[in-house]
Design a protein around this ligand. Sequence first.
Ligand code: SF4
Length: 261
Amino acid sequence: MNVEICKELKEAGVTRIQIGLDSSGDSGYEDDYQNKWDTFHSWLRDDGMGFNKTIEAIEIAIKAGMDVSVRYSLCHSNLNDVVKTYQFVSSLGVSKFKFRVLFPDGRAKGRLVHELISGEEMANAQYDLIQSSKGNKTVVEITQPCLYTLPGRSNLSIDSQYFNSFKESCPCGTVAAYIDSNRDVKYCLFDENALGNVCDDSFLDIWNSGLMKEVRKERCPLDRSGSDCSSFKLLYSQFIDYQSFMNACIKGAKEKKLSND
Ligand code: SF4
């Protein structure tokens, strides 16, 4: 990212960008080979300058007048760095903090399974983040699973019209699909399998295809239920007991909610 690229993006009509950041920069990271890294963020990208480059990109984009969202992927190694990272990016002028769980797919699949957190840890981290967003301009968006109860969100409200933390409903299969850098069309951005490729077929043909209809029929009811996520299920069922994970997450969120009522 540089000033020129920002200028070109703006001229092309781009007003908002999302940048991944998984550490606050407050603490270093030691990998399995005892190599020391400035941050977990840099290790995850296998780039010693990864953290600095990302912060520089955020600053350049904000300076160029773009609306910048930061996406944070929660896992064991950065479980205690969430609030610090949120506060740090907020001080830089980031408008939205998107909070997700690390999805160890693709190249990361075998390498990062030990980084998966428990459902209870996820609920606790969401709660701490939501509380820290109180009175802060940087909005917190928590997704995945997209319709779950957010722990402690309700007691943030001063003005009933406004919450600083929100969840989004699952748009997959009904109003949105994901096209990755290979032009593969996917039901959700966390999926590994493609439903078609826009180099071979038009997007509309893929969207209306028999395969898409089948996938929609099977997955949309889960994703709209508020207690499931088909993408999460597909991936996490390979590594851990998905249902126990989800139950612990829901239980943790409810307990936090009750303790604040
Ligand atoms: S499939 Fe799951 S992770 Fe993907 S957008 Fe829907 S609820 Fe969210």
